[in-house]
Unconditional design. Structure first.
Lengths: 181, 399
């Protein structure tokens, strides 16, 4: 087997006692310090984002996984038919659905079911997006809201009203309940 | 009783008390707090980060347009927030510790560090004759004639705090930290002590205040460019002085447990070293003691090698501007006294920035390398340097 003998580099005396290494290191750190200090003056930072004042919001990608929400369709109908698939798939069990019946005099009576209660515990939610993936009605979407805060545990549970408020309207997508299409 | 009371020099006592309060509470403790802040900010800019830039006086709440920002950097109240945090944190004492020594250890690191400040001449003298006080006050708490000896004697007690902390914590990481600290501090005390002998030989003096006065008149040891400093002898003596300065400053790094010699508390190996089991104000005392030791150490380095409180080229500046910038015993104007105090602390601030700069540049030594460096290199170099100085002093004697 051929072997390669790597020659050790010949070190000068100042390299042997780490003098040049020390001075070089000090020079490099001083350079960084001065450069960063110059950009820092007047609180203008080049790389670091000053969070509450500056945010990524405009440049969040389309596929960003923020808070899960419920959406209504263009007719104002709740998309959710409370099939509870999202409740069963949810890994941290953050979703709780109590299904309810749609009365027969309702214009959407043929949909038969809608959620009576729909709660997502935002303390448990891990923003995995499985609920969105599994939903056959495309009723649950992960929006771009990421700063979900509250002062109590109860406040961190998003109820149906809150979910629709964040979710808003999504047109198209699923048209099977639309008589005209 | 009457005679005993009469034997006290009351004005001296009061003056000393004022000096103690000024130096410890108005200078050293705030300096410690702000050197922690400097550490965080300088480390941040060295690593291209921002650092703590938010905590400030919230003037915007009171209707002002902007918060106070000196030099355009915010966060100047961060030390206060840190201090408040330390006070409010839970003071937790683990059940397995040896309580008495566990409580004693933080004090034993803090007290020696502050005690050494007593002999530090932080200014020349302050002429308060305009306030009706006659003789000018010497800006040193205790004008001892054995300044450096006293300093080494007291500061070497600091190792007890660390060893006790390591032992009393009854836990393996603090124990290893304590063992390392004691070995390291004892080894480096030797080269630290030996390295200043050449300086003392040149001064012919052990009084730190007189050393500063000598350097003020005749040029700093490392900058002998005025007064008698312009003689051949002083220029030749620069060689041993530079050697002794290098040995002294590196030993000082080891003595104050700073990177690259921070083995007693290296995070990657020993969690936090000897203060792993400490929390809240007891931990803060270790922290304060460490930084106070750093400040006092810098003070000694400044006094020995950088002229203490003396303004560079003082006699020249006095001649040139007509104002008095140099020290003249008993005849130093008030403004010069203040300037000297400012100069001294400015020099210390420079030293601390250097400490921080080195910390965030160099990697840590291995323990055997550290011991080898102390015993096989610095000890010999410092010892030979003493003889070299003696030889040079004999060949080219000082005036």
């Amino acid at each position: 087997m051929p072997t390669i003998v790597v020659q050790r580099p010949k070190l000068a005396w100042h390299e042997k006692i780490f003098l040049s290494g020390f001075l070089n290191g000090m020079r490099i750190t001083l350079g960084h310090a001065i450069r960063t200090f110059k950009t820092l003056r007047g609180s203008k930072t080049v790389v670091t984002m000053q969070y509450p004042e500056q945010k990524w919001d405009e440049s969040l990608p389309e596929h960003y996984r923020g808070a899960p929400t419920l959406v209504t369709d263009e007719h104002g109908r709740e998309r959710c038919v409370s099939c509870q698939l999202c409740e069963f798939i949810c890994p941290p069990k953050a979703i709780k659905i109590i299904p309810g019946e749609i009365p027969s005099d309702d214009p959407w009576a043929k949909v038969e079911k809608r959620p009576r209660e729909f709660e997502i515990d935002m303390i448990r939610c891990i923003y995995c997006g499985m609920c969105e993936e599994v939903c056959p009605e495309q009723a649950i979407f992960l929006r771009k809201d990421y700063a979900i805060t509250g002062t109590s545990r109860a406040e961190m549970v998003h109820d149906k009203e809150k979910l629709y408020e964040i979710g808003g309207v999504r047109a198209g997508l699923v048209n099977k309940w639309n008589d005209l299409k | 009783m009457q005679s005993l009371l009469a034997s006290f020099d009351l004005p001296l006592l009061i003056a000393s008390l004022i000096k103690i309060v000024f130096l410890v509470f108005l200078v050293i403790l705030p300096m410690v707090a702000y050197s922690v802040y400097a550490e965080r900010r300088v480390s941040a800019i060295i690593q291209d980060r921002v650092g703590p830039n938010r905590t400030g006086i919230p003037l915007t709440l009171l209707g002002f347009k902007k918060d106070i920002q000196i030099f355009g950097i915010g966060g100047l109240l961060q030390p206060m927030a840190d201090g408040l945090k330390f006070i409010l944190k839970e003071d937790f004492t683990p059940r397995s510790v040896n309580t008495f020594y566990y409580w004693l250890a933080p004090c034993l690191t803090m007290v020696p560090a502050l005690m050494t400040a007593a002999v530090m001449p932080f200014g020349s003298e302050l002429d308060l004759s305009w306030a009706g006080l006659g003789a000018p006050f010497k800006m040193v708490i205790a004008d001892l004639n054995v300044g450096p000896l006293y300093m080494f004697a007291i500061s070497s007690l600091g190792v007890y705090g660390i060893v006790l902390a390591g032992w009393a914590s009854n836990s393996k990481y603090p124990f290893l930290g304590g063992v390392r600290a004691s070995a390291q501090m004892i080894s480096y005390e030797i080269s630290l002590g030996l390295s200043i002998i050449p300086a003392i030989m040149i001064f012919g003096e052990l009084n730190l205040g007189k050393m500063s006065a000598y350097q003020d008149a005749n040029g700093w040891l490392l900058l002998p460019f005025w007064g008698e400093g312009l003689s051949l002898s002083r220029l030749v003596l620069l060689v041993p002085i530079v050697i002794s300065f290098v040995v002294f400053s590196i030993s000082l790094f080891a003595e104050t447990n700073r990177t690259p010699f921070d083995l007693p508390e290296c995070e990657t190996e020993l969690v936090a070293g000897y203060h792993t089991e400490y929390s809240s104000m007891k931990f803060a005392l270790f922290f304060l003691g460490e930084y106070a030791a750093m400040i006092i150490g810098s003070g000694l380095a400044v006094t020995l090698f950088f002229g203490g409180w003396s303004i560079p080229f003082g006699p020249w500046l006095s001649e040139w501007t007509g104002l008095q910038f140099h020290y003249e015993a008993g005849n130093t104007p008030f403004y010069t006294g203040l300037l000297h105090i400012g100069t001294f602390f400015a020099k210390i601030v420079g030293c601390i920035i250097f400490f921080v700069w080195v910390r965030w540049t160099l990697p840590r030594f291995r323990f055997d390398q550290l011991m080898k460096l102390g015993w096989l290199v610095f000890f010999e170099v410092a010892l030979l340097n003493v003889f070299l100085t003696a030889l040079l002093l004999w060949l080219v004697p000082l005036k």
